[in-house]
Design a protein around this ligand. Structure first.
Ligand code: TXA
Ligand code: MG
Length: 333
């Protein structure tokens, strides 16, 4: 079967099945084509980063078709309500606190305590999300560092080789109306801040909220390009990389078998108590590592532990992003 299918009831159903089984679906939205994956499935989210060749894990936008579903994951507030009434469904993304019981993968939000959410206006995107029955992450469907795709052929040119026709799909619906990515407004703090300009302007947002809205670049305590934001998540205890043995009191973030790892002064890593060891992937599967990374770092980040020792992960393919993320976590820890 070819990678590209024109939007129809049948192709949307097939695309929804693929999303549910961990596949990637390039979907039309009113802004740009997005590379969609089931937001609840950390491995599928990891495949998005891999397919795009992103050198690091930027937090992604989670897309919903129903407000009631969105409210299960993000903490809603009055400003969000006002903007949603005015602009949704449409090319506006809101950054809100992530609920403690949010269902979505930690990788989707890059381990942050906030999350970006959006309800796309494109009918095919809405139908796909409803049919899949899950929220989807969807960064622009192009290789990292290239121009965002506004037509199905752009997606095929940029990502065709990275997608698997047996698992993934490009849903084609002609060119995108908006063509640039959505406006991103951060509502997680005391002020509304525009993190990424788009077709919904500061003036429009300001009018709806009846208050001033600033651009991130204008403000002195400049919030956070995605790259900088990644540094926000670091464990509160030291993180030591490329560990080949353990200091007494250290917890272990393992990768692959730990049978032969010792603890200085005596003992074996395999005898560590359950709260002191997590294995990112016993089978050395880098997708599984990506899905587990933030969750397991958090689990081991306990004041009773002297630190976290992380075994090395090969710096190839998806491993480049994983090592980038680990290095950032270690640098500020
Ligand atoms: O128009 C769009 O928004 C497209 C279509 C496909 O929906 N999607 C898109 O997604 O552009 P993405 O993942 O490429 O854009 C994510 C943007 C980045 O600027 C990122 O920094 C910001 O959203 N973002 C995501 N989560 C964030 C968070 N928790 N805090 C601040 N910014 C966040
Ligand atoms: Mg992009």
């Amino acid at each position: 079967m070819s990678l590209i299918s024109t939007v129809s009831d049948e192709s949307i159903k097939r695309a929804a099945e693929r999303l549910k089984s961990g596949g990637l679906v390039a979907m039309p939205t009113e802004t740009v084509y997005g590379l969609a994956a089931n937001a609840l499935d950390g491995r599928a989210v990891a495949r998005v980063f891999e397919a795009k060749g992103r050198p690091q894990f930027n937090p992604l936008i989670t897309h919903y078709a129903e407000l009631s579903e969105l409210k299960r994951d993000a903490v809603w507030n009055d400003l969000a309500e006002a903007l949603a009434q005015a602009f949704w469904p449409g090319p506006l993304t809101l950054v809100l606190p992530r609920r403690e019981d949010a269902r979505i993968s930690e990788l989707a939000t890059a381990g942050l305590t906030t999350m970006a959410v959006r309800m796309p206006a494109h009918r095919a995107a809405q139908d796909l999300i409803r049919a899949a029955g899950v929220p989807v992450v969807a960064p622009s469907a192009n290789a990292s560092g290239t121009i965002s795709p506004t037509a199905p052929a752009h997606v095929a040119d940029s990502l065709g080789a990275a997608l698997d026709p047996a698992r993934d799909m490009i849903l084609a619906a002609g060119p995108c109306k908006v063509g640039i990515e959505s406006t991103v407004v951060d509502l997680s703090g005391p002020q509304a801040v525009i993190l990424r300009p788009g077709t919904v302007t500061a003036e429009e947002i300001s009018r709806v909220l009846e208050r001033d809205v600033t651009y991130a670049a204008d403000s002195t305590d400049a919030p956070k390009s995605p790259g900088q934001m990644l540094r926000h998540y670091a464990p509160s205890i030291p993180l030591r990389l490329n560990a080949i043995d353990l200091e007494p009191g250290e917890a272990l973030l393992a990768f692959g078998p730990v049978k032969f790892m010792g603890i200085k002064g005596g003992g074996a890593a395999s005898d560590l108590p359950e709260d002191m060891i997590r294995n990112l992937s016993e089978e050395r599967d880098l997708h599984e590592v990506a899905a587990n990374l933030f969750v397991m770092l958090r689990a081991l980040d306990q004041p009773g532990h002297k630190g976290i020792a992380a075994m090395s992960i090969p710096a190839q393919g998806l491993g480049i992003a994983l090592n980038d993320r680990l290095k950032r976590a270690a640098a500020t820890g």
